[in-house]
Every structure is written in structure tokens, then in C-alpha cells.
Ligand binder design. Structure first.
Ligand SMILES: Cc1ncc(COP(=O)(O)O)c(C=O)c1O
Length: 377
């Protein structure tokens, strides 16, 4: 059969789709429009296979070629060393909260957890079901709006691993640098910032991320694990929760989330086409710098996070009065700026700006905020 192969190309402008909005939601999030258009072109008949990727066997040659290419691109973009396995799994990032202790304790009884926000809090609660957790946090900081300074850390010398959340999606707090924990395996949840910046993978034992923000659609969690950490899980843990079994079967122990895997592959091609992680980082700095500047120079808007720890992905902010929140969100929606409501645990507003958020989206948001301040301030 003759193959019809489409490629990523410049997007139809917003005028072709007047209803499209800028989605500032924390995830699932915007995907690059070029990717959506390519997926649409390939939707019914992928490369002449006579069917959609959604309908293919995960063991077919066609899907295997997608899976292999996606992993190769992922490895290339992040410069992942050969002694790391990459798993394309299910269960969301939350499944990793249990998988990490189940697989990494390896007979040890404690693990170190940085508590810097809601997601690391959830992870450490889950770990407490399996081991003693040594919590490292800023005691005097109830709102968890900063990261403890290195000289205050009290790491457990017997810990099986050290765990932290690189970017706390809800409070908008990010680790300013990779924590230095000597030879103890370092584990990080990068659900909300993997693929937004280059970094040294070899500093880590395990890195994981739910796909639904910078990588692709929901349903997929990607795990990068150093090979020497495999093979130590106790026999009784469920097979689906065993990294070694997942790695040995090349993430095909059961049916993987094939369509999310495929779309993530298109997103990776898009990232490469944009100039890789250096370009993603530049864009994330441009977006977040303009929004923080707009907030900081106004008396109407406020972001409470110390600039040293401010997230490049998620910018929470409050208005001069909580009573204005609903009005702000509703009028923003009328301007095509959606999902700006803050997380229910913190209130206020939050603008999440992942890789696919164009700069015009942020410019439109800032102009709207200035106008809202003028009429409501
Ligand atoms: C940092 C972080 N970790 C974990 C999760 C949980 O992800 P999932 O819904 O895939 O379990 C989220 C979700 O937003 C997150 O932002």
C-alpha cells in the first residue's frame, strides 16, 4: 500500500479556528497546534496502515516503530546515558508515589523526603505506608512557599533514597538547583517541568513525570531509572508496580497507553524542531519573566513566592480582594483565557504556562490583567 506521510508544519492561524482559547490550566494542558494538526491528518490512516494508531496492536510493527522512535527522540532530547532505562507506563504520576518506595527501599527502612508543597506531601504520605520517612522542610513556613537551604538539611545516613518534587505545580515553587545528596539515589517528580529545561540526568536514580503537561496527553507516565536500581524489589509486590518487570518487557508487560505514547512522540519531534530543551527553557523564561514582572509592578496583583524559588511553569497570584476572583476568571474567559482559577487548596488565580503556551497567550493575559486592574482597582 502506498504510504501517505504527513509532517509537522506551520499552524493554521487562530483566525481559522476563532473558538480556540489559551488554556492556562495546570494539566491536562495545551499541546502544540502543529502536533494536533499532524495527529488529525494521520488520525484515520496512519502512514498507509489503513487504521488509526488508536486501533493498532501495541505489538504490531507499526506501533513498535512509533514506540522505538519516541524513546530514541526522548533519549536524544534529554541526553539520557545508556545505563538508564526509560519506561512508558500507566497509573499517572501518582502511581510512582508507591512504586518508588516499593522498588527502591531494597531492605532499607528509611527514605528522605523534601516537603515543599502539596505533591511532595502526597508522595511522602504514600511512602509512610512502606517505610519511615525523614521529612526535610522549612518548619516555619506553613504555606510551603520556599525550599529549605542546603545548610539546614538533616539527611538520614541510612536513607534508601532522597526524594523531591522539582516543581510544585500548585504553589508554583521550584528547586533552584539539583540537590546535592552525594551517593544516595536521588528521585524526582518532574511531572510539571520535565522537557522544559536541559539538566544532567546522570545526577539521578529515578526521574518520573506524568505526560499531561509538557509531554503529551494524559494516561502516560514516563520513568527514567538507572539500571543498577532495578532488580531489588521484593517478590511480593504487584507485577504492574515492579520497575524490573516493566523494564524487561520494554513497557509492554500489558497494553500500554498507545495513543498518548504516539502523541508524545509527535510533541518530541516538535521540541526538536523548535531547538530542543535550550529553546524550551528560553521560551519558559520569556513567558514567566513577563508575567512575574507584570505582577510585581502592580499593587493589585501579588505572588507570594520568593523570586529565588519561583516556578517557570505555574504562576499563582492573588487579586486585591478575593471577591474579585470569580469576576476575573469569567471576564478572562470572555477574552479566550481559560482555566485561570487557582487550585482549590490555595484559591486565587494561577497561570500554568507549559511548552505549548505561545508568547501571544501570555501577552494577551497581561493586557487583560492590566485592563482588569484599571477597571476594578
Ligand atoms: C508535580 C505533580 N506530581 C504528581 C501529579 C499527579 O499526577 P497524576 O494525576 O498523573 O497522578 C501532579 C498532577 O498535577 C503534579 O503536578
Amino acid at each position: 500500500m502506498k504510504q501517505k506521510v504527513y509532517t509537522l508544519k506551520a499552524v493554521d492561524s487562530k483566525e481559522s479556528y476563532p473558538g480556540l482559547v489559551y488554556n492556562f490550566g495546570a494539566g491536562p494542558a495545551m499541546l502544540p497546534r502543529e502536533v494536533m494538526q499532524l495527529a488529525r491528518a494521520e488520525f484515520l490512516d496512519w502512514h498507509g496502515a489503513g487504521m488509526s494508531v488508536m486501533e493498532m496492536s501495541h505489538r504490531s510493527d507499526e506501533f513498535m516503530s512509533i514506540a522505538t522512535q519516541t524513546e530514541a527522540d526522548f533519549r536524544e532530547i534529554l541526553a539520557i546515558p545508556d545505563n538508564y532505562k526509560v519506561l512508558f507506563s500507566q497509573g499517572g504520576a501518582s502511581s510512582q508515589f508507591a512504586m518508588v518506595p516499593l522498588n527502591l527501599l531494597a531492605g532499607k527502612k528509611t527514605a528522605d523526603y523534601f516537603h515543599t508543597g502539596l505533591w511532595s506531601g502526597k508522595a511522602l504520605k504514600e511512602a509512610e505506608r512502606f517505610c519511615k520517612v525523614n521529612v526535610i522542610t522549612n518548619e516555619d513556613n506553613d504555606a510551603l512557599l520556599s525550599v529549605p537551604e542546603a545548610e539546614t538539611w538533616s539527611l538520614d545516613p541510612d536513607a534508601a533514597y532522597v526524594y523531591y518534587t522539582d516543581n510544585e505545580t500548585i504553589s508554583g515553587v521550584r528547586f533552584p538547583a539539583i540537590p546535592d545528596v552525594a551517593d544516595v539515589p536521588l528521585v524526582t517528580d518532574m511531572t510539571s517541568n520535565l522537557l522544559s529545561k536541559p539538566f544532567d540526568v546522570s545526577r539521578y536514580g529515578v526521574i518520573f513525570a506524568g505526560a499531561q503537561k509538557n509531554i503529551g496527553p494524559p494516561g502516560l507516565v514516563i520513568v527514567i531509572i538507572r539500571e543498577d536500581l532495578l532488580g531489588h524489589a521484593p517478590k511480593h509486590i504487584p507485577s504492574m508496580y515492579n520497575y524490573t518487570i516493566q523494564a524487561k518487557s520494554n513497557s509492554m508487560y500489558n497494553t500500554p497507553p498507545t495513543y498518548s505514547w504516539y502523541i508524545s512522540g509527535l510533541v518530541l519531534k516538535w521540541i526538536k524542531g523548535q531547538g530542543g530543551l535550550e529553546a524550551m527553557e528560553r521560551m519558559s523564561h520569556a513567558r514567566s519573566d513577563s508575567l512575574y514582572q507584570a505582577i510585581d509592578k502592580s499593587d493589585f496583583y501579588n505572588n507570594l513566592v520568593d523570586p529565588k524559588y519561583r516556578s517557570r511553569m505555574n504562576v499563582p497570584f492573588t487579586l486585591a480582594g478575593d471577591s474579585l476572583n470569580e469576576k476575573f476568571a469569567s471576564e478572562a474567559k470572555d477574552h479566550g483565557l481559560v482555566a485561570l482559577e487557582g487550585h482549590r487548596s490555595v484559591g486565587g488565580m494561577r497561570a500554568s504556562m507549559y511548552n505549548a503556551m505561545p508568547e501571544e497567550g501570555v501577552d494577551t493575559l497581561i493586557s487583560f490583567m492590566q485592563e482588569f486592574e484599571r477597571t476594578n482597582g
